[in-house]
Design a protein around this ligand. Sequence first.
Ligand SMILES: NC(=O)c1ccc[n+]([C@@H]2O[C@H](COP(=O)([O-])OP(=O)(O)OC[C@H]3O[C@@H](n4cnc5c(N)ncnc54)[C@H](O)[C@@H]3O)[C@@H](O)[C@H]2O)c1
Length: 441
Amino acid sequence: MTTNADSRQPIKPATGKLGILTPGLGAVATTFMAGVESIRRGKSSPIGSLTQMATVRLGKRTENRSPLIKDFVPLASLDDLVFGAWDPIPDDALTAARKAGVLEASDLDRVAEFLAAIKPMPAVFDNKYVTRINGSNVKTGKTKRDLAEQLRQDMRDFKAKHGLDRLVIVWCASTEIFIKHGAAHASIEAFEKTMDANDDDIAPSMLYAWAAIMEGVPFANGAPNLTVDAPALVQLASDRGVPISGKDFKTGQTWMKTIIAPGLKARMLGLRGWYSTNILGNRDGEVLDDPASFKTKEESKLSVLHTILQPDVYPELYKDFTHVVRINYYPPRGDNKEGWDNIDIVGWMNYPMQIKINFLCRDSILAAPIVLDLALFSDFAHRAGMKGIQEWLSFYYKSPMAAPGLQPEHDLFIQQTKLKNTLRHLMGEDQITHLGMEYYP
Ligand SMILES: NC(=O)c1ccc[n+]([C@@H]2O[C@H](COP(=O)([O-])OP(=O)(O)OC[C@H]3O[C@@H](n4cnc5c(N)ncnc54)[C@H](O)[C@@H]3O)[C@@H](O)[C@H]2O)c1
């Protein structure tokens, strides 16, 4: 179902150009595109990106082999990337970036012409699923299948127009309202029937995912919507040999959680409660101000602690802790989110202690390198013959997709080990267990 990691096959080289298409041309997508162009021009550095900056240790420690990931694994080069997007709001990437207010005018001016040339294709969009946005740049069609077919045509046209070798899609569009798995998502037959019947169970994001898989294009989902995380699409991706991953970029507060919670558990310190609240004032914050969209986000954020702390295994430490997550839309703050965490922990002889975190972060600055890494790794996975859910990319997600019946892995450090071991394995190197063999005769 997931990968072909056990039957390694030759990896196709990253020749030619790679198109990165983003449904959504808002704060995250434009910050990502502006950043890549700025890096290509030698004006910025790719801070936050594993594909560009991280190394991977190979062999024994004594061998001193730690190449950059990008020198070890055949990834598309930044110079070979071409960007495109869909958005119901017709603003080009420069206008959208200016409105998003993430990057300084001087940083945008440097890449202004480049961004202005990126104009969003008409989106598959329905205000029922994202109530706070209204846009005019929207496709029309008789059925949902018609709309999805138009997306497939867009992909083919984009590829031909820019002379691209391959495409990947990273969902950078707004969070849709909460939808539960249902009969419509259970099999591809049911899914396609529901598309034909224009049923509400199929959200726009699912149409992008279906279209991508049908076109053999890897799909990564940066929002918490179900999207590609539906049994029908997981099966389709596996059948058609397409890598998929999701959900919800792990950037600010949840990223912190997946660092601190494993630390508490490693020390066998107890948890009584974790209260997280945020203020943010960007368009994402406005969309999440709608309770139906927030519910999707909340589900994604809440699952993390339980999976990491395993209350069933350690009831004395982690049974019944209180976990509250709040997001408050506060326009003056723009994209510069402020998050507070109050963590009530318990130590030796049941003595209570508290940890307080005040994280002044920049949402899109943290998300942009994740978009880049997901695009490059998804493309690499495809060339390596991997298909279906890419669990090794869990590192990047708040609510990682896992094979049916498996718990997702949330611990950032296990996720990192899994990511690097997958790269080692695919490239024919030994996996690293950190077992000090020198202690054994
Ligand atoms: N920035 C972060 O740290 C972070 C972390 C995790 C997840 N996310 C998610 O990433 C997504 C993008 O965040 P953002 O800050 O760029 O939001 P944004 O509001 O600035 O941009 C989203 C864009 O998507 C467009 N859109 C909505 N529905 C669409 C559709 N059906 N097709 C195409 N475009 C559509 C909107 O018009 C908007 O321009 C959100 O879902 C957000 O929850 C962001």
